[in-house]
Design a binder for this molecule. Structure first.
Ligand code: IMP
Length: 175
């Protein structure tokens, strides 16, 4: 099967992830340690790369959500599949997302995590589809802005395929 055409190369991703890590490290330099919360499944590769480039003390947690709907559209209804396991009360939380599309997932996650009473919550996403925004949600760190198209690779999938591509590619889903 043909490989999806490249939208963002492996080199461009690595360069941008290094820049984000530098910025996050400097912003949190005097705040003690942070807890990075990766949103499963899509953020696992971004989280792995970003977390290893930080120069501040950090721990890792995961949270899992699912959204109903077809594999290539966001239906809007978000459901919690797995909450964080560690205690994040009074900790500085940085949510790590693969992509923010309508903003519903991130908005929902902020609500869930606020109930754990962290010291602060900030948000970081590798990709942002600004044109697709339906919910107003604050994003503190954005890797790349992209158009309203379906992307795969570097953790992102289409129907569970193409997550391990080393670059971000585009596909045209037919559902
Ligand atoms: P939102 O709730 O509409 O912001 O959607 C966020 C979630 O939809 C992401 O965490 C992804 O799981 C999924 N998603 C949205 N757009 C894409 C895409 O282009 N490729 C892969 N997954 C996507």
């Amino acid at each position: 099967m043909d490989k999806p055409p490249v939208l963002i190369s492996e080199q461009a991703i690595q360069k941008r992830v290094a820049e984000l890590a530098e910025q996050v490290s400097s912003d949190y330099a005097n705040k003690g340690d942070i807890v990075l919360i990766g949103v499963l499944k899509g953020s696992f590769i971004f989280l792995a790369d970003l977390s290893r480039k930080l120069t501040i003390p950090r721990t890792i947690e995961f949270i899992a959500v699912s959204s109903y709907g077809s594999s290539s559209t966001s239906s809007g209804a978000v459901r919690l599949v797995m909450d964080v396991r560690g205690n994040i009360e009074n900790r500085h939380v940085l949510i790590i997302e693969d992509i923010v599309d309508t903003g519903r997932t991130l908005n929902y996650l902020i609500g869930i995590l606020e109930s754990h009473r962290p010291a602060s919550i900030r948000t970081c996403t590798l990709l942002h589809k600004a044109e697709a925004a339906e919910v107003d949600v604050d994003i503190d760190y954005i890797g790349f802005g992209i158009g309203d198209e379906w992307v795969v690779g570097y953790g992102l999938d289409f129907a569970e395929r193409d997550r391990t591509l080393p670059y971000i590619g585009t596909i045209t889903p037919d559902d």
